[in-house]
Design a protein. Structure first.
Length: 237
């Protein structure tokens, strides 16, 4: 049954011209995305993409000797398997669900046909790929030129942008893995921003108390990629 575009949460699907969405909607399959679900297997053919409706995914890079770090987030602003839009059938990076949710799945073959037949949709999705590359560039900038408090605040803001709720079901261990720092360092920094009334940390959960204060804490390492996404794809509706 065709989907109603007005009821879709995913920002890419909502931004499609109506005729493009109508051509695609009957081919999308609603799927559950439990915690830990793998959206993209590393070094394997990517058979489908998922337009996230709810939940938060992580894109993780791994070295040949087993070191890992998060290199991207994925929520209702995006889709898994964006490398397919660049004609790459596989990637060494892994994408998995960091918090559970749901999405709309589409096979890679159907995606390829769709973007060949609908230039406006292809252009939109390629602008999304550019916004992802810009986000990655600013992650490198944050890691090289900003201290741990700013980087932590930026990471929390990026999570909040994608799930739109104040409670982030995230452990200190997971934060240390995603930020590439020791757990003790993450804990110390969380205590500092908690003392400033920015977040409240409980076991397995971080609640954002003040978005404005969190943005102040992030300083200049947050905001430019987010504004660029709004310009290229469109603001939240």
């Amino acid at each position: 049954m065709p989907l109603d575009q007005a009821k879709i949460h995913n920002r890419l699907l909502k931004a499609l011209p109506a005729n493009c969405f109508a051509a695609l909607s009957g081919q999308l399959e609603l799927v559950d995305l439990p915690l830990g679900h793998v959206l993209v297997e590393p070094d394997a053919l990517t058979g489908s993409v998922v337009f996230i409706e709810r939940g938060l995914g992580s894109i993780v890079a791994s070295s040949s000797d087993g070191k890992t770090v998060e290199v991207g987030h994925l929520g209702f602003e995006g889709m898994s398997g964006a490398h397919l839009l660049l004609k790459a059938r596989r990637t060494p990076n892994k994408t998995f669900m960091q918090t559970p949710g749901s999405g709309l799945a589409l096979s890679s073959d159907l995606l390829e046909r769709f973007i060949l037949q609908h230039r406006e949709a292809s252009d939109l999705l390629l602008r999304y790929v550019h916004s992802c590359a810009l986000q990655l560039a600013h992650s490198a900038l944050a890691n090289a030129r900003y201290n741990m408090p700013e980087r932590l605040a930026r990471w929390l803001l990026m999570c909040h942008d994608r799930i739109r709720v104040p409670d982030l079901p995230i452990t200190h261990e997971f934060l240390s893995l995603m930020l590439g720092v020791r757990r003790a360092g993450v804990t110390d920094q969380l205590h500092i921003i908690e003392g400033l009334g920015i977040v409240k940390a409980t076991r397995g959960n971080l609640r954002i108390l003040s978005r404005a204060k969190l943005e102040d804490a992030a300083g200049g390492c947050y905001g430019i990629p987010e504004r660029e996404y709004d310009r290229l794809v469109g603001p939240v509706q």
